[in-house]
Design a protein around this ligand. Structure first.
Ligand SMILES: [Zn+2]
Length: 290
């Protein structure tokens, strides 16, 4: 699932591509994507509306519109947003399975929605697993959607004091599960929770109450550093994520724990272990992490 660096990468790229553009038409190929609206009503509400700004909270993108509404987008497991300016073709994409094949102008097999803008530019919403969604919301709905999220790790509110308060809210919880709790810290998922634990030398299974002040400080710094680096590399294309031009994010080669089970630790060569934590995989080095 795209996490904070991936969604923020898209936000920045789409901000450059879409702000100021007017939506000319919307085609929906999978009606559940735009629930509770029908595709017809959804498309009608967006016709001739301009994108005024693009924001992000946790893993949700918000396209603010000139009609006072907001188009909220969640990519969930496999969603992609691919922008095609006039003259470029979808055949250029490097990530083949989801978007290759067919005539460049055709919607692809997993395309659920296509937005056409002025100047013949298009935004494709592709989603293999169909968990992603597009919702047209009012300012009030948007507020309700965003207020349940916790600290944004790349914002000024992510101080050591605020982080410590969020982290120790449930003292008996295992560390990784707290890092994944979006109501405490927003935007971290499997990849960056594993990487942050590795960088801080902490096992994902550690109970939060056993962490020392020094360890919390190290973890706080690790989260910020990893997210900043991942953002600078355009995110991690470990599965389905692609940038808005269809190219992969480059952080994959920087991963030290996530997705590396059985491979030698980059620090000490001990094979990276994988365990199950609340039904999800967690990767760590038994030697480097305590
Ligand atoms: Zn190690």
């Amino acid at each position: 699932m795209p996490e904070l660096p991936e969604v923020e990468t898209l936000r920045r790229e789409l901000e450059r591509a879409l702000v100021g553009r007017v939506i000319k038409s919307v085609k929906i190929f999978w009606s559940k994507t735009v629930q509770p609206f029908t595709p017809t009503i959804f498309a009608k509400q967006l016709k001739n509306v301009r994108v005024t700004s693009i924001e992000r909270t946790a893993k949700i993108l918000f396209l603010n519109l000139s009609n006072g509404k907001t188009l909220a987008i969640h990519l969930k497991m496999t969603g992609q947003l691919v922008f095609q300016s006039q003259g470029s073709t979808l055949g250029d994409f490097k990530v083949e399975p989801l978007i290759a094949g067919g005539h460049p102008e055709d919607p692809k097999k997993y395309t659920r929605a296509v937005f056409e803008f002025n100047g013949r530019a298009k935004l494709y919403f592709n989603d293999l697993r169909k968990f992603g969604w597009l919702r047209l919301v009012s300012a009030k709905d948007k507020q309700i959607m965003t207020e349940k999220y916790g600290l944004e790790p790349l914002s000024p509110e992510f101080t050591l004091a605020n982080f410590t308060r969020a982290l120790t809210r449930y003292p008996n919880r295992k560390l990784k599960l707290t890092l994944l709790d979006q109501t405490l810290i927003a935007g971290l998922g499997n990849i960056y929770a594993d990487e942050s634990c590795f960088a801080a030398g902490l096992r994902p299974r550690r109970r939060v109450k056993t962490l020392t002040d020094k360890e919390i400080k190290k973890l706080h710094r690790a989260i910020k550093q990893i997210l900043k680096l991942a953002l600078a590399k355009g995110g991690t294309s470990s599965r389905n994520y692609v940038r808005s031009d269809g190219s992969p994010g480059d952080f994959f080669s920087y991963l030290k724990a996530y997705g590396r089970s059985g491979q030698p630790c980059r620090r000490c060569l001990t094979p990276i272990a994988k365990i199950k934590l609340a039904g999800r995989g967690a990767h760590f080095c038994k030697n480097c992490q305590r």
